[in-house]
Unconditional design. Structure first.
Length: 78
């Protein structure tokens, strides 16, 4: 397994998942902030459960903290 550094550091708009580089803008409202937070909440919760099953306690803890933060942001932005 190789851990090579990324070829180019992505900036915030370029880091948009599933979009070509430079395609996302701050005003891009195809997916709302609340919807994104809700998705992150769901995914981090599932990953935390997987980590707990495999006794990856510190990873599970960090994912649970991310889930809680995303949950609070999703509810604030509703």
């Amino acid at each position: 397994m190789s851990f090579l550094p990324p070829k180019k550091a992505a900036t915030a708009p370029e880091a948009a998942v599933g979009r070509p580089e430079g395609d996302a803008t701050p005003d891009d409202d195809r997916v709302s902030r609340a919807e994104t937070a809700a998705y992150v909440c769901q995914m981090s919760g599932e990953l935390a459960a997987l980590a707990r099953c495999h006794r990856l306690d510190s990873v599970a803890y960090l994912l649970e903290m991310a889930r809680r933060e995303a949950s609070s942001l999703a509810s604030v932005n509703d």
